[in-house]
Every structure is written in C-alpha cells, then in structure tokens.
Ligand binder design. Structure first.
Ligand code: F6R
Length: 245
C-alpha cells in the first residue's frame, strides 16, 4: 500500500511537497528532479520559489527535467510545459538554463528524440526525486491507460478525457495538442523518491481508486507506483473526501 498524507488545505499540501524537495536538496545540492506541470503543482512551485528567494533552499546546482511536453509546441511557446516551469519555478529559483531539460518536440525524428531525452536522464544518474500530479483517468506523466511498467520516454496520443481536462489552459478544445512526449513508467520508477500530489474534489474519485489499489492494473497507470519502495501521496482534504484517513 502507498504512503498517504492528507493535509487540510491546498496550501499545506503544496508546502509539504516543497519541503520534500528541500529535504532531498540538503543531502544532494546537485539534485536531479523531474517536475510536473498543470494546476496541481503551482502552489508547490511557488513555495519552492519562495524558499529560493528567501535563502532557505539553493536550487542553483540542481537539474530539472520536464516530465512531459506537448507536441509540437516550441520551447518558448507560452503554452509549452517548459515555459510553465520557467515561469513558475526556474526564473525564481535561478536554475541555470543549461541545467533544465525538456524533450525537443520539434525534432525531425521524435522517436530519436525520445531516446536522446532518456539517455540524458540516465547520464545524470536518474532522478533523485520525481514529483507527479495525477490525471482523472489515473495517468501519471502522460502514461495513459494501457501503460507498461518498463516503458521509457515515448510519444503518446492523449486520451480524449485528458484533452478535455486540459482545455481549461487553452482558448478552445481544438487548440489543445493531441500528442505529447512523456517520461515512461520505467523512467519514473527508476527515480529514487516519488511524491504524488493531488488536490480538489475533481481528484476525489481517482484518489480513492489509488487509495484502494492493491494490484497493478495497466488501465490505471498510477497503480504502477505500487512497484516502487519510496512513494508518498500527498492530497488535500477535498481530494481525500471519498476515503477515511
Ligand atoms: C503534467 C502531467 C500530468 C498532470 C495531470 C494532472 O506535466 O504530467 O500527468 O500532472 O494531468 O494535471 P492537473 O494538475 O492540471 O490536474
């Protein structure tokens, strides 16, 4: 069973997750991190940025990797996931640009690009810590249902449900990219520590499914986290409203 921590508020969830990163950073100043985007991590990234600004944490020697990126958004496209991390985290934490990584989703050969991105991660000794959000269908990164435990970085067609969930960040549903490059389940599971965060009532059903989960189910990708020895799920009270903890 996964280790769950439930906080009363989104803010407390965010601070706790940021503290996990800061704790790992104390032991390893050149921490190798995998970072998510979306609505959930905004508070955590703000707290990590605050820690950096106020001298509580030094991210200047860390390495940070996007967990996924939409095809075909350029790195500097305001809607790209790289821009998201730049805006919410890197610029505040003064992470050197050369220490930040994202798949080049405009590469001519995207399959070769996936292999290249995976190799960069391996060359950095794999992730010390991976922070994950969770999709309503149980996806982590963009490992959608029908995932396998050993997959590495790969191209993915986003499920209709994921496209609909992400429409809120775009002018219309038609503007939401339909494909992405994502870390594989295997890439994520090689991380030394994994923290999954979830907030809000919209995540209550998937969080209950994760809480009740006792076996691997490729149709529920988050279930693969059961294979990892060091996973902490941090949810706020609303996300945990369908189970007792
Ligand atoms: C994004 C990512 C996704 C999101 C998930 C939840 O980089 O990897 O798995 O974490 O779709 O998104 P939000 O936080 O917007 O609910």
């Amino acid at each position: 069973m996964l280790n769950f921590i439930i906080t009363e508020t989104y803010s407390a969830m965010s601070i706790l997750a940021a503290n996990r990163v800061a704790a790992a950073l104390i032991n390893k100043p050149d921490l190798v991190m995998a970072m998510p985007t979306g609505g959930t991590p905004v508070g955590m990234l703000a707290e990590m940025s605050r820690m950096a600004k106020e001298g509580e944490a030094d991210f200047t020697k860390t390495f940070s990797f996007n967990i996924d990126e939409y095809i075909p958004l350029a790195k500097d496209d305001p809607q790209s996931y790289y821009s998201f991390l730049q805006h919410h985290f890197y610029q505040h934490a003064h992470i050197p640009t050369e220490n930040t990584f994202v798949p080049d989703v405009q590469a001519a050969d995207l399959t070769a690009e996936c292999i290249r991105y995976e190799q960069i991660i391996v060359d950095h000794g794999d992730f010390d810590i991976t922070i994950l959000g969770i999709g309503h269908d149980g996806h982590i990164g963009f490992n959608e249902p029908h995932a396998t435990h050993s997959s590495v970085c790969h191209l993915i067609d986003l499920k209709t449900e994921t496209i609909e969930a992400n429409t809120r960040f775009f002018a219309s549903k038609d503007d939401v990219p339909k494909q992405a490059i994502t870390l594989g389940m295997g890439t994520i599971l090689r991380s030394k520590e994994i923290v999954l965060i979830a907030n809000g009532v919209s995540k209550a059903a998937v969080m209950k499914q994760l809480y009740d989960c006792t076996r691997i189910d490729p149709l529920f990708p988050a279930s693969f986290l059961l294979l990892h020895p060091n996973v902490t799920v941090i949810g706020d009270r609303e996300a945990a409203s369908l189970f007792n903890l």
